[in-house]
Every structure is written in structure tokens, then in C-alpha cells.
Design a protein around this ligand. Structure first.
Ligand code: BDP
Length: 727
């Protein structure tokens, strides 16, 4: 050990030891950064030859982060006391830094430079004399950090050294987690404990967990965090909270993570003492400018504001008969001198129930295209309703050619089984990213709208509603970690496949055993379609329990029609489904012509979206030749059957998984199977009361009567509703 290294290791011991200690018990705390000894002996020997000595060519804050991570990673993976230091002399096999550092400039041929950009990196394996030298280089230190994580990821999946080579740049500029965390420590739609942000103890106590949060995010390329709920509290903008935010920002900064906040539109009234929040009022505008200046004094690299306005009762510019553009531009002008942005959400629907709720965002925002400042991004959920197991892509994508657009996914599985159900979301994310809007002809995918390549936007972004809380395993279940991981990886590169991402995650997180990896990847890859089938097959949506959104309640009628399952499925004696063609709400007209025509036509609409767009007779024939009723029932059954198969497959991987994590997933899969049956039986009993048709062969008879399912009540805890009396 060199003298230079000792202080570092001391720091490491302080900051990482608790993490290591927790880890041995395999609680899941370490996420995908476990860095266990490489099991493949040949690979281990190869890695030990090359990586036993590493040099980081910088001692800046980010340089120290790189050094810390490499020390932890290499020591774990190589199971040796690998030497990682700054400017290590001799002949290190791994050299990490920026291209302009003299050592790297001397080593790296011009042809091997990282792609353009402040976050890009290259990993090059070079031969010097007889020795392999791996160079990880960025144009900036942040690029070098991303390269370091890419290298460690490659090692965790046991790539041979030459295959660790890479040259990458992110496709999307702002890759954010949106936390729906409240100042009282609760998390809206959070199923993993309380908020990570300990507002009462900040800024005096800065939990080491914040650093681990930053490490996890940086390791998958996430570069921003909106700390607070879109249903915002203005107090977060007061000095009391800004000092706390500054403390978090200081921890995140070396990891390239910027802090953003939600701005409550009525803040000038609530904390500013003004009588109005009218965006065209000069006192209001001055208040926001001063507020922005103040925030930047606390957090010089503050990212900007996220705003939910005039939606679900939140205040907004329409309260003053102004437009979304008036509101967004006022805030944009306030942060523009500091290079901040405003992310203005398109998730709006009025307090008066419209003809069809899914049409509203498009109707409100398309007339405003071109009216927003350059630093405003319109943030749109993946589908036009609300994070359902399956929705068509949102018709706003591509429909605002003069506006920067962000995509919002929900990582926390509000409508997909919350903490317990194993539902791997990468296939859902990918389905949306790859969806072709056709706004500029074939190939106009949602991914190309939001990465700016289709319509030439400079500001680009993607956000995922976070699923993390203060549970030891961060996400409420081990498998929910994979959704955080997959979101980050796809935000960095939307070309990656769900299968490749699953394999990386499994190898880094659970096991490197090839057979087990295949089995677990299979479980993950079928899981989303399974959930669609046992919850909302064939394009059904929003038939889950009211408010908590857990479990089936297709019979529910709420105060507002467009919160009610019956409004969305429209089952009657003739059939089921929401007619969104010209004979109904005509929401389909919001899509570009080829998409619209395909979806509007019963002959070409995919089965997976049939009942989203059409009201279909119970006895009408489907592509399969079966009636709609039979097809619906068989989809519900298929959902249950797939979960049963997932359970069996998980059992077969038992020997390869540590006991605590195996047991947790096993018991959760048990819950999932029981609840998949609950979904199937409750939904089919209810829909049968309209169709009056018998279940087809192959569908199990429901265990209980419709009245029984309707009488079930999930208990009080809105964060983790449980229905223990589910059969
Ligand atoms: C819905 C959630 C609600 C959120 C809302 C939103 O049920 O808690 O506030 O979305 O995105 O999915 O604003």
C-alpha cells in the first residue's frame, strides 16, 4: 500500500464500511454495485494481470470519486488489494482520466478519442510492449466517471478485456429521476418506505446513504434528480429548505447529478406575500426572478423547475386566464440567466369531466407549439392516460415540432403491482421508445422525438418517477431495483434491448451462473405481459382499486366519471371497450395519419390495444377465430399461468441465489400468483355479468362470487395496500 493511498482508504473505510457490512447479509442495499469476486477463473486471472494497479489522473472531487469506486470495485471483483491511486508511477494496467491529461494524451491515439460531448467516454485497450493497458478517458471528468462505471459493469458481467472497449455518448441530455417526495417524509405512490431525504436532520446530518444514492445513479448515467413531489409544497423554496437542498447538491455534484425542484405555481402568494400568482403580473415575475437568483446562490448548478399546473387541483396560469405558455415562460425567464430549464408537465385534465380525458393534453398543448421559450421542455407521460400496464404512446410525441419534449415514465409501479409484483418494466419502456409516430414518415419513433434527432431540438430529456425510498433494499423489492437500473440504461442509450439490460442487472446483482441468468432473464422478460394479461388485457385500462390503485375494481364508480373504472371499460350488454374512433370520442384522430388509420380500423388495430380504441361485441370474432369473450378470458388465464411458471422457474434458481433475497422474491411471487388469480376471477365474474357467457375451456372457474370480490377491502395504509383476505 502506498503512503498516498492510506488517507483514501481511511475515507473509504468510513464511508463504505457500513455499506459493506450490510451487504454481506445480502439485503440488496448494494444494488448492482456488489462487486463480488469474479467467479470465472480464467477471467479472474486475466483481470488480475491487467487491473492489479490503476492510476487515476486527477485529484478533483470527481477524480476522488473515481478512485474510491475503482478501489471498491477492483478489490471486490479481483478479491485482491488492488492498488488504485492518483498519478501512480511505474506501469499501471488501468489509467483513468480526461483526454487532456498528459499521461492520457501521450497514450491515446487520435483515432481513439471519446465521442464529442461533456459526458462521453472511451475505453481503449492498448498494447504497450508486451503489456495490455486499459485507458478510460472522458473529455471531462464526468465522462471519465461514466467510463469507470462502464468498465466495472463490463467486469461484473465477466467480459474478456478486449471486449471492455467502448466509445459512448448519451443520446439524451437530461436523464432524471423525479421523486414524488413530500416534506413530511411521505412519498406519493412510494412503496419502499419513507423519503430518502431526511429534511428534519438536514443540513446538519448528511446521511452516507445520499452518497450511495448518487453512486447508483451515476453508475447508470442518471444526471439529475427532482427532489420533491409534483403536487408541490411552496415551502421547499424557502431559505430553511434551500440550505438542506444545498447540502444534498454538494453530495451529488461530484457524481454529475444536478438537483431540480418542483415549483408550486401559487408560491408567490403562499411564501411571497403577494396577492396574485398571475404570470403576467410584474410583481409576480420579479418575485420569481429574485427567487431563482436566491436558489442559485445556494446551488450554483441548480437544474431548474418541474411544474404540475392546472391539473388535479394544482394551481396554474389558467387560474388567471393565462396559458400554459405564459406560466412556463415566466419561470423560464427567471432561470434563463443561470442556464436553468423549466419542465412543464403535459399531464393536465380539467376539473370538468371532458368528453374523453385522454384527449385533453393534446388539445391544450398543440395550439401552443412555438410559444414556449427555448429552455422550456414539455414533459409528457408515456401514454395519454396515466401509467397503465399498457397504453398507446402519447399523441403529443411528435405533435409539437417547435417545442422541446421530455418523456416521463413511472418507475414506481403504481398500477403494476407496486412493491410485490415482479414486473420488469424495460419491455414497457422500450415499446414506447420504439413506437413509430409517423409524424415525419416511417422511423419517426418516440425515441427520436425526445432525443431531438427527429425535429432538431437542442434541449432533450427523459424522466422516471422514482421507486426509491428508505427501505434497506431501496425499492421495496429486489426485482424493483431492475426497473431503476433499466430506466437509467435506456435513458443513456435507448437502443439497448430489455434482454441485454436484464442480463447485466442479473449478473451484477444476483448471480453470474449462466443457467440461472437465463432463467431469471426469462422470468423478467415475460413478466410485463403477464401483468397486462392478468390486470388489463386487450387494451383495457384503469380498472384497478380506487385511490390506492391496488387490485381489481372494475365495478367502481367514483365521484368523477373519468376516475372511474366503469368510464374506462364501458362494458354493457353488447360488448366492452372505449370507442375512440370517429363514431366515439375520436381520440384516435390525434395520431398521424398512418397510425390513426391502423388504430381506427378493426381489421388492423393490434389486439393489444383493441379495447382502448374500440367497443367490441362480446361474440365478435377475433384474429384467433375465437370470440372476444373467450379471448378476454383466456388472456386473464394466461396471465395467471405465466406467473405460475415464473414461480417454478425462480425455484429452479434457488441454489444460485443467497437465501434472504431468494426467500423474499419467492414469497412475493406467491403473493403475485394469488393476486393474479384475484384479478382474473374478479374481472371475469364482473364482466360475465354483462356478457352472460360461460368461460371457455382452459379457464379455471372463479373461486368466489362477484359479491365476494366486490366486498373485499384493502386495508388502510395507502402506501402499501394489502388485501390479506384475498383468497
Ligand atoms: C397519478 C397519480 C397521482 C399523481 C399524478 C401525477 O395517481 O398520485 O399526482 O399521477 O402524475 O398517476 O401528477
Amino acid at each position: 500500500m502506498t503512503g498516498q493511498l492510506r488517507p483514501l482508504l481511511l475515507t473509504l473505510a468510513l464511508s463504505v464500511a457500513p455499506l459493506g457490512a450490510v451487504a454481506r447479509a445480502d439485503t440488496g442495499y448494494e444494488l448492482w454495485l456488489r462487486y463480488r469476486r469474479v467467479p470465472n477463473a480464467t477471467r479472474l486471472a486475466e483481470y488480475r494481470r491487467v487491473f492489479a494497479q490503476a492510476s487515476v489522473e486527477s485529484n478533483s472531487a470527481t477524480g476522488r470519486v473515481i478512485r474510491d469506486e475503482l478501489t471498491l470495485g477492483l478489490r471486490g471483483l479481483l478479491d485482491t488489494t488492488a492498488v488504485v491511486g492518483v498519478g501512480v508511477g511505474g506501469n499501471p494496467g488501468l489509467i483513468v482520466g480526461v483526454v487532456s491529461s498528459s499521461r492520457i494524451a501521450a497514450l491515446l491515439p487520435a483515432s481513439r478519442r471519446p465521442p464529442a460531448g461533456s459526458e462521453s467516454f472511451v475505453i481503449a485497450t492498448l498494447k504497450r510492449a508486451d503489456k495490455t493497458v486499459v485507458v478510460v478517458a472522458g473529455n471531462t471528468e464526468l465522462g471519465a466517471l461514466y467510463g469507470t462505471f462502464a468498465l466495472l459493469r463490463g467486469m461484473q458481467i465477466q467480459q474478456p478485456v478486449p471486449k471492455l472497449e467502448a466509445a459512448e455518448a448519451p443520446r439524451i441530455r437530461r436523464r432524471l429521476l423525479d421523486h414524488w417526495d413530500n416534506l413530511d417524509g411521505s412519498v406519493e405512490r412510494g412503496y419502499a418506505g419513507s423519503s430518502l431525504w431526511d429534511w428534519t436532520r438536514l443540513p446538519g446530518t448528511v446521511s452516507p446513504r445520499y452518497r450511495d444514492y448518487a453512486r447508483a445513479n451515476a453508475s447508470i448515467g442518471i444526471n439529475g434528480a427532482v427532489l420533491t413531489n409534483v403536487n408541490a409544497n411552496a415551502r421547499v423554496l424557502t431559505p430553511e429548505y434551500l440550505t438542506k437542498i444545498a447540502a444534498l447538491a454538494n453530495v451529488f455534484r461530484p457524481y454529475g447529478i444536478r438537483v431540480y425542484l418542483t415549483a408550486r405555481f401559487s408560491a408567490p402568494i403562499e411564501i411571497g406575500g403577494l396577492r396574485t400568482a398571475d404570470p403576467l403580473d410584474s410583481a409576480v415575475r420579479a418575485w420569481w426572478r429574485a427567487k431563482a437568483d436566491e436558489i442559485y446562490r445556494y446551488v450554483p448548478d441548480f437544474g431548474g423547475f418541474l411544474v404540475k399546473a392546472n391539473s388535479e387541483g394544482q394551481p396554474g396560469p389558467q387560474d388567471y386566464h393565462r396559458t400554459h405558455a405564459d406560466g412556463a415562460n415566466m419561470l423560464a425567464d427567471a432561470v434563463a440567466p443561470h442556464h436553468g430549464v423549466v419542465m412543464w408537465r403535459a399531464f393536465v385534465y380539467s376539473n370538468d369531466v371532458p368528453v374523453d380525458r385522454v384527449k385533453q393534453a393534446y388539445d391544450e398543448f398543440t395550439p401552443l407549439d412555438g410559444a414556449f421559450r427555448a429552455n422550456v421542455l414539455i414533459q409528457t407521460k408515456n401514454g395519454p392516460l396515466d401509467f397503465q400496464p399498457r397504453e398507446p404512446f402519447h399523441p403529443l410525441f411528435g405533435a409539437l415540432p417547435k417545442t422541446a419534449q421530455m418523456l416521463e415514465f413511472q418507475i414506481t409501479k403504481e398500477y403494476l403491482g407496486e412493491d410485490t409484483h415482479l414486473v420488469y418494466l424495460a419491455p414497457l419502456f422500450k415499446e414506447v421508445l420504439d413506437a413509430d409516430t409517423y409524424v415525419r414518415g416511417p422511423g419517426s419513433t418516440v425515441a427520436r422525438v425526445i432525443d431531438g434527432t427527429l425535429q432538431g431540438q437542442r434541449e432533450t430529456g427523459i424522466a422516471g418517477v422514482a421507486n426509491v425510498g428508505n427501505d434497506t433494499n431501496w425499492t421495496g423489492s429486489q426485482f424493483n431495483q431492475a426497473n431503476w437500473y433499466a430506466f437509467g440504461r435506456l435513458a443513456w442509450n435507448h437502443q439497448l434491448s430489455p434482454a441485454a439490460i436484464a442480463e447485466e442487472w442479473i449478473r451484477a446483482t444476483l448471480t453470474n451462473d449462466d443457467a440461472a441468468v437465463r432463467t431469471i432473464a426469462h422470468i423478467m422478460l415475460v413478466s410485463r405481459e403477464a401483468a397486462v394479461n392478468y390486470m388489463t388485457p386487450l387494451g383495457l385500462a384503469h380498472i384497478m382499486g380506487s385511490n390506492h390503485h391496488y387490485g381489481p375494481a372494475p365495478w367502481a364508480r367514483l365521484a368523477r366519471a373519468d376516475w372511474s373504472p366503469v368510464y374506462f371499460h364501458r362494458a354493457d350488454s353488447i360488448g366492452i371497450g372505449f370507442d375512440r374512433t370517429a363514431t366515439g370520442s375520436d381520440a384516435v384522430a390525434q395520431y398521424a395519419a398512418p397510425v390513426r388509420d391502423r388504430l381506427a380500423d378493426r381489421a388492423t388495430v393490434p389486439d393489444s390495444l383493441l379495447l382502448w380504441f374500440h367497443h367490441v361485441g362480446w361474440r365478435e370474432p377475433m384474429r384467433s377465430g375465437r370470440t372476444l369473450w373467450d379471448e378476454l378470458a383466456l388472456h386473464y388465464q394466461a396471465g395467471v399461468d405465466t406467473v405460475r411458471a415464473m414461480r417454478r422457474e425462480w425455484l429452479s434458481a434457488r441454489a444460485m441465489i443467497d437465501a434472504p433475497r431468494f426467500a423474499e422474491a419467492d414469497s412475493f411471487l406467491g403473493i403475485q400468483e394469488r393476486e393474479a388469480r384475484w384479478w382474473r376471477d374478479a374481472a371475469l365474474q364482473y364482466f360475465a355479468s354483462f356478457s352472460h357467457l360461460p368461460l371457455p375451456a382452459g379457464v379455471e372457474a372463479p373461486a368466489h362470487s362477484l359479491e365476494y370480490y366486490m366486498s373485499l377491502r384493502c386495508p388502510a395504509d395507502p402506501r402499501k395496500p394489502r388485501c390479506p383476505n384475498v383468497p
